[in-house]
Design a protein around this ligand. Structure first.
Ligand code: NDP
Length: 315
């Protein structure tokens, strides 16, 4: 049978390119988990994906109710779950004030981390039950949350501090809109959320890999400077960022190429190692990358797991 993969945020950018790359192989049925059904339908059509290779299902990761409803409808669909890709993200680099999810969590961490945390926890049983030879749970990371790299050192840097803002509910009350309890900064909130993504992947690995055989992985696909992620940035930035990445840092990667990289992490028989953060070198060869001290801090990973369980209502 075909493999069955859920990709969140498959209506644009990396998620769409990955959906297309997998659908084209004819070996995968892609469940595009998106908040805007029509946009996803148009995106799939214009990417040339053929109908029998994908299904669009609604999810809004900024609402825990919506995440639960998605899991219910997916389970009722009777489809197996072989691979889950947590890809969707919001980035608000120019926001002056925090905005909030349906349950009142700061939007970037609420969507990118908490929404995906609940989704992957609820779908873990489904993954366990799959009889697919290589089951995987992939959480897309980023270099920007990784302060042991040049790009990860561009201020404001990710820093989760002692997690007091997360422990305080991340709801904007009593200066708790940021995980570290500091002043709101949209760019930093995004980077913090990506550190949570990478820590969550490793915590999943420690808790469940041996027992379930599921491969847990994260990756930095390269700088895909053309995606919608930068839609809220100032126009001058959006104009100059792609050529800057292409000619100066040379970290630029096209959406198509980045999609092939993530598709490899989904399906390549050689990328089955669990607990790994994949990156690609200039020749587009994959390698196991090192994470920053904070993004590999076991104690922090455990605490974030436990605090997140409380916030999403699992504990
Ligand atoms: P895009 O903005 O193109 O894609 C983000 C996707 O997430 C969109 O499909 C968007 O939906 C979806 N999304 C946002 N909010 C929600 C929500 N509340 N519920 C459901 N879906 C939602 O950005 P990219 O493709 O660049 O980003 C994809 C991933 O790649 C992210 O995890 C990002 O952190 C990561 N990444 C990107 C890099 C880059 O250089 N671009 C570099 C490193 C990592 P909609 O279409 O409706 O807006």
């Amino acid at each position: 049978r075909k493999g069955s993969v859920i990709i969140t945020g498959a209506s644009s950018g990396l998620g769409l390119a990955t959906a297309k790359a997998l659908a084209e192989t004819g070996k995968w049925h892609v469940i595009m988990a998106c908040r805007d059904f029509l946009k996803a339908e148009r995106a799939a059509k214009s990417a040339g994906m053929s109908k029998e290779n994908y299904t669009i299902m609604h999810i809004d990761l900024a609402s825990l109710d919506s995440v639960r409803q998605f899991v219910d409808s997916f389970e009722r669909s009777g489809r197996p779950l072989d691979v889950l890709v947590c890809n969707a993200a919001v980035y608000q680099p120019t926001a002056k004030e925090p905005s909030f999810t349906a349950e009142g969590f700061e939007l970037s961490v609420g969507t990118n981390h908490l929404g995906h945390f609940l989704l992957s926890r609820l779908l873990l049983d489904g993954l366990k039950q799959s009889d697919y030879p290589s089951k995987r749970l992939i959480i897309v990371g980023s270099i920007t949350g990784n302060t042991n790299t040049l790009a990860g050192n561009v201020p404001p840097k990710a820093n989760l501090g002692d997690l007091r803002g997360l422990a305080g509910g991340l709801n904007g009350m009593n200066s708790c809109a940021m995980i570290d309890g500091g002043e709101f900064d949209g760019a930093k909130a995004y980077k913090d959320s990506k550190v949570c993504n990478m820590l969550t992947m490793q915590e999943f690995h420690r808790r469940f890999h041996e027992e379930t055989g599921i491969t847990f992985a994260s990756l930095y696909p390269g700088c895909i400077a053309t995606t919608g992620l930068f839609r809220e940035h100032i126009p001058l930035f959006r104009l100059l960022f792609p050529p800057f990445q292409k000619y100066i840092t040379k970290g630029f990667v096209s959406e198509g190429e980045a999609g092939k990289r993530l598709a490899q992490v989904v399906s390549d028989p050689s990328l089955t190692k669990s607990g790994v953060y994949w990156s690609w070198n200039k020749d587009s060869a994959s390698f196991e990358n090192q994470l920053s001290p904070e993004a590999s801090d076991k104690e922090k990973a455990r605490k974030i797991w436990e605090l997140s369980e409380k916030l999403v209502g699992l504990a």
